[in-house]
Write a protein that binds this ligand. Structure first.
Ligand SMILES: [Zn+2]
Length: 313
């Protein structure tokens, strides 16, 4: 029986806070709450549970931007202070999280560190990795949640032993390299028509790593093809991402693997972006109705993989 998993990297302003202020995509940040709400509504409409990997600071109601004793590099929280701080609505989201927690859909709320630290960066000491895990867990516990799932900011995987120590049980590892963004339009068209349109994205198999964590790797990033690809293929095959996601869902329905789709709320900035998401969700729902396909979360597939691992041992 195949499975679809959807994971979401939910960061709002934290996804961009370590960029210089002049380089921050202010329009994208300004749309991030809109994107979050459209995503939550769409999942709700099709009754699809997802793993929301949330930056832990979003659970907070307020802060002074000091975070005394938190072992981040100097100036890490500078965007929260001073005369022109990042707007509070992109640093705090207990309202949005409360809606997810209260939803009838059994979402899996996990973490993406506490303040969007890239865990393989030079500044990411063990002390910082531990503090980022612990603070995220504490913030979630204060909201009544016990977290199991972890997504690495910008998919930079490191310090997995600390995740395991902190009580996380699974993470999203790295997927196959995506080279399509670097190709010219002509080679892009050839490649996409040869592969994307005919071959499904890779199904994945959750595995237990040396730390006892379950790695649930990704199959397909739903916004990995830019606007250029969408334009190149619109006339012939429609939205190539929808096409590929459908192939992945079909492959999962036909087999045993997991089709793991992922995206960010900040990817949804236009009606066309929401249409893409809606088309994918609608398709998952229709295949689920006609086959044995199940829609699960990182937490639930990790529980099954860990149980199988114990049985096999
Ligand atoms: Zn703060």
């Amino acid at each position: 029986m195949g499975t679809v998993v959807i994971s979401i990297d939910a960061a709002l302003g934290w996804g961009f806070h370590d960029s210089p202020a002049a380089e921050r995509p202010t329009e994208r940040i300004a749309r991030s709450r809109w994107g979050w709400k459209r995503l939550a509504e769409t999942l709700e409409a099709f009754e699809l549970p997802a793993t929301w990997a949330v930056v832990g600071h979003l659970f907070e109601h307020d802060c002074a931007g000091a975070h005394v004793g938190h072992p981040t590099p100097s100036g890490w929280f500078a965007h929260e202070r001073g005369d022109d701080p990042m707007d509070a609505q992109y640093r705090f989201a207990p309202d949005l999280l409360g809606e997810l927690i209260g939803s009838d859909i059994a979402h899996d709320i996990g973490a993406q560190t506490y303040s969007h630290v890239e865990l393989d960066a030079d500044y990411a000491t063990e002390a910082l990795a531990r503090a980022e895990c612990d603070r995220a867990i504490e913030a979630a516990e204060a909201a009544g949640l016990s977290m199991a799932s972890f997504v690495f900011p910008r998919n930079r995987v490191d310090h997995r032993e600390i995740l395991a120590d902190s009580g996380f049980r699974c993470y999203r590892g790295t997927g196959p390299e995506d080279v399509r963004g670097r190709l010219s339009s002509a080679s892009l068209r050839t490649l996409v028509q040869a592969t994307v349109v005919q071959d499904p994205p890779p199904l994945v198999d959750p595995t237990v790593d040396e730390h006892g964590l379950v790695n649930v790797p990704p199959s397909l990033y739903l916004f990995g093809f830019g606007e250029r690809v969408r334009r190149v293929l619109a006339a012939t095959v429609g939205d190539p991402v929808v096409r590929q996601a459908r192939l992945g869902v079909d492959a999962a329905a036909d087999g045993e693997g997991v089709c793991h789709l992922w995206l960010r709320p900040s990817d949804l900035t236009t009606a066309a972006d929401v249409d893409r998401l809606r088309s994918v969700c609608e398709y998952i729902d229709s295949v689920r109705a006609d086959t044995d396909l199940s829609v699960e979360t990182m937490r639930s597939v990790a529980n099954s993989a860990a149980a199988e691992d114990v049985t096999a041992a």
